[in-house]
Design a protein around this ligand. Structure first.
Ligand SMILES: *[C@@H]1O[C@H](CO)[C@@H](O)[C@H](O)[C@H]1NC(C)=O
Ligand SMILES: *[C@@H]1O[C@H](CO)[C@@H](O)[C@H](O)[C@H]1NC(C)=O
Ligand SMILES: *[C@@H]1O[C@H](CO)[C@@H](O)[C@H](O)[C@H]1NC(C)=O
Ligand SMILES: CC(=O)N[C@H]1CO[C@H](CO)[C@@H](O)[C@@H]1O
Length: 373
């Protein structure tokens, strides 16, 4: 009787363990083959390297980028505990790229920014003025123990100008490990993700077991900052459906996308998730309302690449179409996949639905990739 129960329990434990291990192996890309998909009509733009985040200005087709150098990234990426302050100083920059003319403009900023996530939002009052919300991970000497001094900067940019005007620096106890940001068209409100619950420390590593989580915060320059939702696993890139308050957050550990609904008090409630068979990084929404997500076919090779950018790491991009018949259902289509030779270790994808172009870039990638779809 006891033996029977014991063997039943052992069998159950083994089954659960096998299921869990299988899930982990799938997420790590075990047994995954990398296809060649959508990667035949692409060009590389090496003048724009190590751009963590790209945002499209749809009316002009202009791409905004938050960039660095490959060497600097190998030293300093707080999100993955790369906290060596002796890398190159003040090399990060914002730029615009016009794919039709090939013009690259480095935007002069009145203060140095260690770039990460970014959003670019036309002002509701004057669409030729763009608000730029940018994560800034300032280096501090004791970074190894206390982490980066992270803030969120708000700039304003006149379309076509060569500079950014600084409006605000937001520093708050809830801005812990900021990763990505979505801003409001009034220049005064934003949601951002914390990729972890602490800046440094061993607890951060427990995130791979789901025992440590990220969060999303909300700031209003008039009323302050607060947590909008806590305990969000693998919180990474963030995007918002402009017209209806749906917020998407990529799950860079367990795969897929969290679908959140904005409440009247600007907190967020989780509604559903979009399953995708791999960890998901940064997100964007195109003109047709389709959500584009950068996939990590082999997350471990991505981590190795971030520490040593010369290593290849594959890339995928996925498009999630909302099902018109059911608000919580999405149809996900893989649109791009490459072994890393055409688009290396992509962490951010943007689709120009009007010009049928896909832009891909990576935190430590050697070049911007532009593909005709
Ligand atoms: C930090 O970077 C410097 C300069 O590249 C290097 O000499 C040093 O070994 C690095 N420190 C660590 C802990 O990796
Ligand atoms: C939505 O429902 C209509 C009518 O039932 C059906 O014809 C259509 O195929 C559905 N669309 C999707 C995307 O499932
Ligand atoms: C907003 O759009 C998304 C599709 O992207 C849909 O899933 C969601 O239900 C919509 N929300 C509302 C409140 O209409
Ligand atoms: C905003 C942003 O770029 N977020 C993430 C994109 O992907 C890299 C690589 O995994 C992450 O480190 C960023 O935090």
């Amino acid at each position: 009787m006891h033996l029977l129960r014991l063997s039943f329990l052992l069998g159950l434990a083994a089954a659960v363990y096998k299921l869990w291990i299988q899930q982990v192996l799938v997420l790590l890309g075990y047994g995954r083959t990398i296809e060649s998909l959508g990667n035949t009509d692409c060009v590389a733009i090496p003048a724009l390297a190590a751009c963590e985040k790209i945002v499209l200005h749809q009316p002009t087709g202009l791409l905004f980028l938050a960039c660095s150098t490959v060497e600097s990234r190998a030293h300093w990426i707080p999100a993955v505990d790369q906290l060596n302050t002796s890398g190159p100083a003040n090399v990060d920059y914002f730029a615009t790229y016009n794919h039709d003319s090939g013009d690259i403009v480095r935007l002069e900023a009145p203060l140095p920014v260690e770039t990460h996530g970014m959003d670019v939002v036309p002002s509701a009052a004057d669409p030729s003025q763009l608000y730029i919300y940018a994560i800034n991970h300032r280096k501090v000497h004791s970074a190894l123990t206390v982490g980066a001094d992270s803030t969120i900067e708000v700039f304003v940019h006149n379309l076509g100008a060569a500079e950014l005007k600084h409006l605000h620096t937001v520093r708050d106890p809830t801005i812990i490990a900021p990763n990505d940001v979505v801003g409001h068209s009034n220049g005064r409100e934003f949601f951002w993700t914390n990729d972890h619950a602490s800046k440094t420390g061993h607890m951060r590593h427990l995130s791979v077991l789901g025992l440590e989580t990220g969060s999303v915060g909300y700031c209003n320059l008039d009323s302050g900052c607060k947590m909008a939702i806590r305990h969000l696993r693998g919180a990474n890139g963030i995007a918002r459906q402009p017209d209806n308050g749906t917020v998407f957050v990529g799950n860079c550990i367990f795969g897929g996308v969290h679908v959140l609904e904005t409440q009247p008090d600007n907190t967020l409630v989780k509604k559903s998730s979009i399953p995708i068979d791999r960890p998901i990084d940064n997100l964007s929404i195109d003109k047709d309302g389709v959500l584009w997500a950068a996939g990590m076919p082999y997350p471990l090779s991505l981590l190795k690449h971030l520490a040593n950018p010369s290593l290849l790491s594959p890339t995928s991009a996925h498009a999630a179409h909302a099902d018109p018949n059911s608000s919580s259902q999405f149809r996900v289509v893989k649109m791009f996949e490459d072994d890393g030779n055409i688009a290396r270790a992509t962490t951010t994808v943007v689709h120009d639905a009007e010009r049928r172009r896909l832009f891909l870039h990576g935190n430590a990638a050697p070049h911007l990739t532009v593909c005709n779809l």
